[in-house]
Design a protein. Structure first.
Lengths: 268, 108
């Protein structure tokens, strides 16, 4: 509350509460601003009772009393204003007994829409259909995929990403693999261990004793020969090296085919 | 037993203040001073009474030229009867509980 201080008038110093405050006093202005907002909001006029309270504020003696008047009346005035707001035509069109049902349905639909939007734009949950990322991700795991953040931070070695490519059956089949090479890197798996630019890659996410051999499929074992990752592309491998079909088989992947980066497993 | 309507101490104070001049027109701030009730308690009571037509309201031209009109309240005959009844039934007499205003003001 305001201290109710008024003009420094020695003759009134024995009466600290009820002496009148000049019309422009801070307490009066604060009181008027608060009550005006409660009564009128953005309109030019409030309700009959709100305007009545606002008008009486001029009659109240003293800054502290004015603040008390405004603070106490603001809630009453605000409720009275809301009570008099016209119902929107959409709400008015719904029969009163059905309004709770419509309200619940509308909430449900809006929430569903918002979640769908978030799901497509920002975050989504993906189901892991294959064992190519085992043991990190098992078949049937659900992972949370960030679809925006990686575009800002860029990709790093070890990130697990989802991307689409034409696998001969579908033009945009979704894959989930680990990023092991970035543009300009020279990748090789000669000797059963992955090397990048000639240095062995620390792949602590793999089970001990994992051998990284040539890829499966129609490509020959020569895939373990050094290969340079082109600009704008990434080299990806599945953690389950024996069965994963990945960059050893289909080569590096365009960065703009990446749809998201896996943040973690939601449930397995 | 359900509480009788219009017997809360606050409502009784408002009735008592209005009955001091049953025919007269009263202003909000004067009633607030007379009853000791803050605006947030007084106005909801006045609003309920006016809604039930126990109280008439009107905008009254200000005596000082240039000031906006003031909202004023007067008991209707029904309101006067109810107020008298409620005040009379209250024990102890609520009139004794009404804080006398330091500077009585009657709106007229």
């Amino acid at each position: 509350m305001s201290a109710g201080t008024g003009p420094l008038d020695a003759g009134r110093s024995d009466d600290p509460v009820d002496h009148p405050e000049p019309a422009g006093g801070a307490a009066h202005r604060a009181a008027r601003a608060l009550l005006t907002w409660a009564v009128r909001g953005r309109s030019a006029h409030g309700t009959e009772w709100g305007e009545a309270m606002l008008r009486e504020l001029d009659e109240v003696d003293g800054g502290r009393q004015r603040l008390r008047w405004a603070v106490s009346g603001a809630w009453t005035a605000w409720r009275d204003r809301l009570r008099h707001l016209p119902e929107s035509r959409m709400i008015a069109a719904v029969p009163r007994p059905l309004r709770p049902v419509v309200s619940v349905l509308a909430t449900f639909l809006v929430t569903l829409g918002a979640l769908t939007l978030v799901n497509h734009v920002a975050l989504s949950v993906s189901y892991i259909p294959s064992g190519s990322m085992e043991p990190t991700l098992a078949i049937g795991d659900r992972v949370l995929v960030d679809r925006i953040g990686f575009r800002i931070t860029g990709l790093e070695y070890g990130d697990i990403v989802t991307f689409t490519r034409d696998d001969g059956v579908s033009t945009d089949k979704t894959f989930i693999k680990r990023v092991v090479g970035l543009p300009g890197d020279v990748m090789s798996c000669a000797g059963g261990h992955l090397t990048r630019n000639g240095d062995p890659v620390d792949e602590s996410y793999l089970p001990a004793g994992t051998v990284t051999a040539a890829g499966v499929g129609e490509r020959p074992a020569a895939d373990c020969q050094p290969v340079t990752v082109p600009d704008g592309e990434i080299f990806v491998l599945g953690d389950h090296r024996e069965i994963s079909i990945d960059s050893r088989t289909f080569g590096s992947v365009r960065e703009d085919a990446v749809e998201g980066r896996v943040l973690g497993t939601i449930w397995s | 037993m359900p509480r009788r309507p219009d017997t809360s101490p606050q409502t009784l104070r408002v009735f008592a203040a209005l009955l001091e001049d049953p025919e007269g027109w009263h202003y909000g701030y004067a009633l607030s001073k007379r009853t000791g009730l803050p605006s947030g308690t007084l106005y909801p009571i006045l609003m309920r009474l006016a809604e039930r037509e126990l109280l008439t309201t009107r905008w009254e031209e200000a005596t000082t030229p240039g000031r906006p009109p003031r909202h004023a309240y007067q008991l209707t005959p029904d309101g006067t009867a109810l107020a008298r009844d409620r005040v009379a039934q209250a024990t102890p007499a609520p009139a004794s509980r009404v804080r006398p205003a330091a500077h009585p003001r009657t709106a007229s």
